[in-house]
Unconditional design. Structure first.
Length: 331
């Protein structure tokens, strides 16, 4: 008799009320097809409600009542997608773990191919890589490509351009990811840093099935800074180089000024020279101090050892919280 294998499908959610029914219908259809082909497989669906402000939690309660395979964790507030991924991996029971979004931009139809790659033992992880950014603005696409180029130049951890968080992983790889318990998390970098054998599946970009994305341009910019700070110390080196260059420029200016005065008798423009020097050196110092401050702030957050997330509700205490919410609605 073939030993049963459990696949945990981990789905971070933030304001996904509109798309959840569509995702559930699609993932259960694909799961059923896989179970027909591979009778040894079983599934659990672990949804992480990241402090949603719409009816996402209510939808998850309904799904968990109607399907015992559905589990969920609801945070006490919004902790971010990185915390959601970590919480899902920490609480998943499966021999294999899948991380994917609820908006169907990570097509469940890829799961059979991913399972085949990992099941063979040739790979420890199967993931998708976007080969196009159709539907995105040109500015956003340009900055995304720039981020990958910068990261791969300044970091020893290679991050494949277009690689996504949609991953099918063995338990061994999941345990390796969980061993990295830092508070400031950047999953793309963590997945690459732990290594293991990864198969990349290329596909065209897919639009959201419903709702709107929670990722703004500013949010993605901050996320990219997290990645750079978390997996490279190159910015600190840049600040040192800038300091040396500014000193060299200042030295050249001093020598040039002295030569002009002593050899050619030219008057020295005091006020403009002083103001330009102050602005140049002051801006350079603030820039370098800001880089050091970013690293120091991350260290400050790490040493406080705060939890990565806090849980308010799960499917195990669902009825108690649902009753309390209903009581609040009564006049």
């Amino acid at each position: 008799m073939t030993e049963q294998k459990l696949i945990s499908v981990i789905v971070p959610c933030y304001n996904e009320e509109e798309v959840l029914p569509l995702f559930y219908a699609e993932i259960t259809k694909v799961s059923a097809q896989m179970q027909e082909q591979y009778p040894e497989l079983a599934f659990e669906y672990l949804f992480i409600d990241d402090g949603s402000k719409d009816r996402t939690l209510q939808k998850l309660r309904e799904l968990s009542r109607s399907d015992t395979r559905v589990r969920y964790i609801s945070f006490s507030r919004n902790f971010g997608k990185e915390a959601g991924i970590y919480a899902g991996l920490s609480n998943a029971k499966g021999d294999y773990c899948v991380v994917m979004d609820a908006d169907l931009q990570h097509p469940p139809a890829f799961l059979p191919t991913m399972y085949e790659a990992v099941r063979s033992g040739e790979y420890d992880c199967a993931t998708t890589r976007r080969v196009s950014r159709a539907g995105e603005s040109k500015v956003r696409s340009w900055f995304a490509r720039l981020f990958y180029r910068i990261m791969n130049r300044i970091s020893q951890t290679e991050i494949v351009d277009g690689a996504q968080d949609f991953r099918f992983m063995t338990r061994q790889m999941v345990d390796a990811v969980l061993s990295m318990t830092e508070y400031n998390r950047f999953s793309k970098g963590i997945f690459s840093w732990v290594g293991f054998r990864v198969k990349y599946l290329e596909y065209e970009n897919v639009e959201r099935a419903a709702g709107t994305t929670a990722w703004s341009f500013w949010g993605l910019f901050r996320y990219s800074i997290e990645g750079i700070i978390g997996f490279s110390t190159a910015p600190l080196t840049v600040s040192v180089i800038l300091g040396l260059v500014s000193c060299l420029i200042a030295l050249i200016m001093i020598v040039a000024t002295v030569i002009k005065k002593l050899c050619f008798g030219e008057p020295v423009d005091g006020y403009p020279t002083t103001i330009c020097s102050i602005f140049f050196l002051g801006g350079l110092q603030l820039f370098c101090t800001g880089i050091v401050g970013l690293y120091l702030s991350k260290t400050y957050l790490e040493v406080k050892h705060r939890p990565i997330y806090l849980v308010r509700e799960t499917e195990e205490n669902r009825d108690r919280f649902a009753a309390a919410d209903e009581a609040k609605k009564e006049p």
